[in-house]
Design a protein around this ligand. Structure first.
Ligand code: PMV
Length: 333
């Protein structure tokens, strides 16, 4: 065990999955129904300071300057309980977190948040965890967070249980100069979150077929990434996203995350591809569309996306590195 410093700060990137995680085979440990593959997103980051405070009665959570109570705080406390049990420490903590991406626009922050929290909390309590152990720990907070621990292009192997369900790097961030142009689409609806969505997945008659075919898609995706074969990646990633949304739309109750502008962007991306542009889309549990392309055409893709009616803004991210410790500054909470 390393020295306990009781306070540590970490930064982690968000990630976008090319092969999606949707549905658990065990909910409590977040053991996924299938493996998944993603790319870390540099610049879309969460920076989190954790400070264990002797004598504090409860944990405290501040995200982007706002005190968080209720379900958000309960989820963080349950996660910190795991770290406290591993470290043999009962002190409550103050967690101060900031996202570099705009909040409330439907960009998932749980991946970067739990990766940064896993790193900061374990470091503060003197646990020197390997990348695998950190990834396993982050998984307990949010499944996709385990993929934000290693750098670059990452695979989460489903594993046979808790001990071997972790993520590892397939290739570093500089392996392939891809860009993610994220079309932000307005939504008035409060969406069903992914924790609930994973439970609903099994009520769709399509989930078993999606899961059964996952090893084939994973293999295609792995090969496409290693060979930097854009066309092959486009084909398998778009198929995989569509399969996940087919499961969402056919679960009980059904989840329909797409807005009219989501569909407009999907059509636009396919029209561009017919014109020879290397682009594909992938969509998470929300209306925003991640449009992936080689970095050299990101400006034209961004401009094109801005022209689609209903697209409010376009964020840009390149492949990102691993979760990392940083010097603690004066975090404002
Ligand atoms: O990590 P969670 O529970 O937020 O689930 C993530 C689910 C998707 O973003 C829709 C897919 C994925 O693999 O990231």
């Amino acid at each position: 065990m390393a020295e306990r410093v009781f306070s540590a700060t970490a930064v982690a990137c968000s990630n976008i999955a090319f092969i999606k995680y949707w549905g658990n085979r065990q909910d409590r440990l977040r053991l996924p129904a299938n493996g998944s593959i993603s790319m870390n997103l540099a610049g879309l980051e969460t920076r989190t300071q954790v400070r264990f405070v002797p004598g504090a009665a409860r944990d405290r959570l501040v995200i982007d300057g706002q005190e968080v109570e209720g379900e958000g705080l309960r989820r963080v406390t349950a996660f910190l309980d795991i770290v406290r049990a591993w470290a043999g420490c009962e002190w409550r903590a103050e967690v101060i977190s900031r996202n570099t991406f705009p909040s409330g626009v439907g960009i998932a922050s749980s991946a970067s948040a739990f990766a940064a929290l896993a790193l900061a909390a374990s470091r503060a309590l003197g646990l020197s965890l390997s990348e695998r152990e950190l990834s396993r720990l982050a998984r307990r907070g949010s499944g996709s967070a385990c993929r934000s621990v290693p750098g670059g292009f990452v695979e989460w192997q489903m594993g046979s249980g808790d001990s071997d369900s972790f993520a590892f790097s397939l290739a570093p961030a500089d392996h392939w100069a891809l860009a993610d142009c994220i079309a932000l689409i307005s939504t008035q609806h409060k969406e069903v979150g992914s924790t609930e969505g994973h439970r609903l997945a099994w009520s769709s008659p399509l989930q078993e077929a999606r899961v059964a075919d996952a090893p084939r898609r994973l293999e295609q995706c792995r090969r496409a990434i290693l060979a930097r074969d854009f066309q092959a990646l486009a084909q398998v990633a778009e198929l995989d996203s569509d399969l996940m949304h087919a499961v969402m739309m056919t679960s009980a109750p059904p989840l329909l995350y797409w807005q009219p502008a989501t569909v407009a962007v999907m059509h636009q991306v396919r029209a561009w591809r017919r014109q020879g542009w290397p682009v594909f889309y992938t969509i998470d549990a929300g209306p925003n569309v991640h449009v992936i392309c080689p970095q050299e055409i990101h400006a034209q893709v961004q401009a094109g996306l801005r022209a689609v009616e209903g697209v409010r803004d376009v964020l840009l991210a390149f492949p990102g590195g691993a979760a990392r410790w940083v010097e603690s500054g004066d975090e404002d909470g």
